[in-house]
Design a protein. Sequence first.
Length: 146
Amino acid sequence: MVDSIVDILLIEDNPNDVELTMRALKKNNIVNNVHVIMDGAEALEYFFADGKYSGRDINLRPKLVILDLKLPKVDGLEILRKIKSDETTKTIPVVVLTTSKEESDIVSSYKLGANSFIVKPVDFEKFITTVRELGMYWLLINEPPK
């Protein structure tokens, strides 16, 4: 269970992508309070303090969600649909970080309320730069609602 403030909620099922993202965050000194969830059903439990997360304080929301679209159990688009249609979670910034370049995924993500859509760079240095800029903007520059 997560009882503390989570700055970044990383929802990603690929262990290699989790490791790359964590390395990129660490390399850029943006590793404060990252929580990793590896399937969509668990992500929904986290957001709505249900199941495994039933004791979690629902008012402690992440500052940023980094969301993959292709997830087991519940896909990223369904997660977006549910969190962006709920009053308690709809203002949480969600950045889709995925391998998909499908126009339908991009359009659907934005229609469902994604704040940004980024295709994962294949090159590690570009990936590090992308994650650094993503973390810097959403955690340091962006001003979220209170």
